[in-house]
Design a protein around this ligand. Structure first.
Ligand code: SF4
Ligand code: SF4
Length: 310
């Protein structure tokens, strides 16, 4: 491995990333993404279709791109407080918004690459730019794409965020790792809305995570009746995955605010004013759905639970 590749990986770990692997940018487009779009599995996330070309051809985003630095940011912690049955929030969202917490180390790493190679360019993003992060992660051998469509890291399971840096620097690529799902179908059976379809894809139109976070309109009854207590996101497929249930998984650091993240029942959520909601959840991913979205979800959760629970 050349010196720059080694030092970029070392720097990434120093900055708090859990893993760093490299993909060569010189690869063909990702069939899975095109099939996902063609089937309409992106629901009303039209920006996915609009940015199809730039996602499939990284050179449209960064002319002369040679490498993709793929980074994992662990967010797993075994001691997160239990959630009320009618107020479940996806594990990643019980923390500071990762778009913010990753930005500083990510920009720092991109600056480091530019310092080492001053004539070269970088484009850094974490779920914020038109970059097909999962495909790059698989190509770099950071993990493999599980049946539930998420990247599984051999050490961190799926409890991590992905970030990437496209760069014109020719770094030494890593090899992909084999698929380790084997004959398992636990996630497919755990999904309450049959959203996991063939080809390691998820049909967003049936996915609770999509509806409770991204869908700004009404949630179809067929999905709303199966929310199972989830008011923001859904971790059912991840919780069922044996790669996420191993003991002794590395715990990420949490600050005091994250340790005391308010876990409210659906009824308690509905009782919050918009101002109280904003004060309690400022800086967390819940702000994406806003007070109105959480209230809609909480109302449907109570409806599907017969409105009997505390
Ligand atoms: S997030 Fe929930 S609804 Fe979506 S695929 Fe996973 S289990 Fe199914
Ligand atoms: S639950 Fe099983 S099939 Fe699904 S992603 Fe995990 S290992 Fe793969």
């Amino acid at each position: 491995m050349d010196t720059l590749t080694t030092s970029v990986k070392k720097k990434a770990l120093e900055l708090g990333f859990a893993d760093c692997r490299i993909a060569s940018a010189d690869v063909e487009a990702d069939d899975g993404f095109d099939r996902w779009l063609a089937q309409g599995y992106h629901a009303d996330m039209d920006w996915m279709a609009r940015t199809r070309d730039v996602r499939q051809q990284a050179a449209l985003k960064l002319p002369g791109v040679r490498s993709v630095v793929v980074l994992a940011w662990n967010y797993y912690h075994p001691d997160t407080p239990p959630l009320p049955e009618t107020g479940k929030i996806a594990r990643y969202a019980r923390r500071r918004d990762y778009h913010r917490s990753l930005l500083k180390p990510l920009k720092h790493l991109a600056s480091y690459i530019r310092e080492c190679a001053p004539d070269e360019a970088c484009y850094a993003s974490t779920d914020s730019g038109p970059v097909r992060e999962r495909a790059w992660a698989a190509r770099a051998g950071l993990g493999w794409i599980g049946r539930h469509g998420l990247v599984i890291h051999p050490r961190f399971g799926t409890w991590f965020h992905l970030a990437t840096i496209l760069t014109t620097v020719p770094l030494v690529p890593d090899e992909p790792i084999p698929d380790r799902c084997g004959n398992c179908t636990a996630c497919v059976h755990a999904c309450p809305t049959n959203a996991i379809v063939t080809g390691r894809l998820v049909d967003s139109r049936r996915c609770i995570a999509y509806h409770t976070i991204e869908n700004k309109g009404p949630i179809p009854d067929e999905i709303a009746d199966r929310l199972g207590g989830w008011v923001f996101g859904c971790d059912r497929c991840q919780e069922a995955c044996p790669w996420n249930k191993r003991t002794g998984m590395a715990a990420a650091e949490m600050d005091e605010r994250e340790r005391t993240f308010p876990s409210l029942t659906a009824k308690a959520l509905l009782a919050l004013s918009e101002e109280e909601f904003n004060r309690l959840y400022a800086g967390t991913p819940l702000m994406r759905a806003r007070h109105a979205g959480l209230c809609r979800n909480a109302t449907l959760v109570l409806r599907s639970a017969g409105d009997q629970r505390p």
